[in-house]
Write a protein that binds this ligand. Structure first.
Ligand code: SF4
Length: 464
């Protein structure tokens, strides 16, 4: 698979939109998730009140973040967890590879974690000599295929059952056809890795300041194995995932699985408060929590865009998004895709790499209607577009905005532009005129050449 980048989002999304097989797989999978979600939420008593409590828990945490992170560090340390702070991806990679080398980790098992994808942890660990195994089934599949995940909760959503059967045959010489068969093969292949692992690495769905606990939610049991079989567990958490109290965590846990997979509760919820204590029979003997910033603390100062940090990654906005359903996750060129991925990538990556992302949104609002935390994606997309437009400082955009506020001048300019229309494309090639290209749509169908105002007047006349 060729490498995708956010910078090339325009071409990648155009190309992906022509892939009929991908669209069919995505339509089926996102429809499945949305169906399960709708059925679960219909049967959720007091749903709106629970959504409001979950949103309040996240917004409260964001408004008190520095204080809660300090409390988390204090309480986690008291429970025996070693807490580390990483300002950026490079620092987090160095910290975790340092821990791996210090404990002599040769085999590492991982639970699914988008934030470890964000910092490109696996290549760093492999370069340091470790063998790294993804143990979530979807992550295992994309690791074998040497692809990034294409969905925040279903990394291999773009793969059909046949794709996975061929992949297992080619890479593992294991042969199966049905989903239960393939799952069993993956389980058998991974079981020996759990037993051989020197270290387990996970993300964190949330961490509780009040108790210093890390909470992990999953369905396969692989995270439970990754945190209890190896002697060392490292959890990497982006700093916004902290919540104040166990009660807040419970409010979020009531909503997260229902919104993600339509389950009342995930099959496994692990609450890890420090390493194994004396007399306990399982759990890692050494536990580390790495708290990652990577651009987030700067974002907290933005009164509008900070709302994106409230997300708890249920993935529902991806499933509801007509653009995601058409192009899938890889076309975004970032580990985070879909509506929330567009926001996070645009806010966390350098602006010159992500300018086109917010324009890949239709502003239909399906994401905002779906989000259980009430995140208003379209409003944030518009704020991002404003930011991009400001950076581009296009004099034609400024002139258009001025004209739009003065109807008479606008009409005059529009009449002049229509007269010039056959030559506009030619004009954009002159020095200093490239900014005009944004306002020229050479593919405009002939029936739309008539001014909008004239068509409005004609339509009114017809109605009369
Ligand atoms: S933005 Fe909302 S719907 Fe999308 S992943 Fe985050 S919490 Fe879920």
């Amino acid at each position: 698979m060729k490498e995708m980048t956010t910078r090339d989002f325009r071409n990648q999304s155009a190309e992906a939109s022509h892939n009929a097989t991908l669209r069919a797989v995505l339509t089926h999978a996102t429809g499945y998730f949305m169906g399960k979600r709708a059925a679960s939420l219909d049967a959720f008593p007091g749903r709106d009140e629970h959504f409001a409590r979950a949103r309040a828990a996240r917004l409260n945490a964001l408004s008190r973040l520095p204080e809660l992170l300090e409390e988390l560090e204090r309480n986690a340390t008291a429970a025996g967890t070693q807490v580390h702070w990483a300002a950026d991806a490079a620092e987090a990679r160095a910290l975790i590879t340092g821990i791996a080398q210090a404990v002599g980790a040769r085999v590492i098992v991982k639970g699914k974690s988008m934030v470890t994808e964000e910092i490109a942890l696996n290549p760093a660990l492999e370069a340091a000599g470790a063998e790294v195994w993804e143990t979530d089934l979807g992550e295992f599949i994309v690791q074998l295929a040497k692809e990034p995940p294409s969905h925040i909760i279903a990394p291999a959503i773009h793969k059909s059952r046949q794709d996975v059967a061929e992949l297992f045959a080619e890479k593992l010489n294991l042969h199966g056809q049905s989903i239960p068969e393939l799952t069993l093969l993956a389980r058998q292949a991974l079981r020996e890795k759990f037993l051989a692992a020197d270290m387990g690495i996970t993300g964190a769905n949330m961490a509780v300041a009040q108790t210093g606990s890390v909470i992990l939610v999953e369905n396969e049991g692989n995270i439970r194995m990754s945190t209890t079989c190896p002697p060392v567990h490292v959890a990497l958490m982006s700093l916004e995932k902290v919540v104040a109290t166990l009660e807040d965590a419970a409010d979020l846990l009531r909503v997260l699985p229902r919104s993600a997979t339509g389950q009342k509760m995930s099959s496994y919820v692990s609450v890890l408060t420090g390493p194994r204590k004396q007399g306990e029979t399982d759990g890692a003997r050494e536990m580390h929590l790495v708290i990652l910033d990577n651009g987030r603390s700067g974002l907290l100062a933005d009164p509008v865009l900070r709302e994106a940090l409230a997300c708890f990654r249920c993935g529902a906005c991806l499933n509801s998004c007509p653009v995601y359903q058409t192009i899938g996750g890889h076309a975004y060129g970032s580990v985070y895709s879909g509506p929330i991925g567009t926001l996070l990538s645009s806010l966390l990556l350098p602006p010159d790499q992500t300018r086109d992302l917010p324009y890949g949104c239709t502003l239909c609002g399906a994401c905002a209607r779906t989000c259980p935390l009430g995140i208003n994606h379209p409003k944030l997309m518009l704020a991002l577009r404003q930011r991009v437009a400001g950076e581009r400082a296009n004099p034609f955009a400024a002139a258009h905005s001025m004209l739009a506020r003065h109807p008479l001048a606008y009409r005059f300019a529009a009449t002049a532009a229509r007269a010039l229309d056959p030559h506009l494309e030619l004009l954009t090639r002159l020095p200093g005129m490239s900014g005009l290209a944004e306002f020229v749509d050479s593919r405009q169908p002939p029936e739309l050449k008539k001014p909008f105002s004239a068509r409005g007047r004609a339509a009114k006349k017809e109605q009369k």
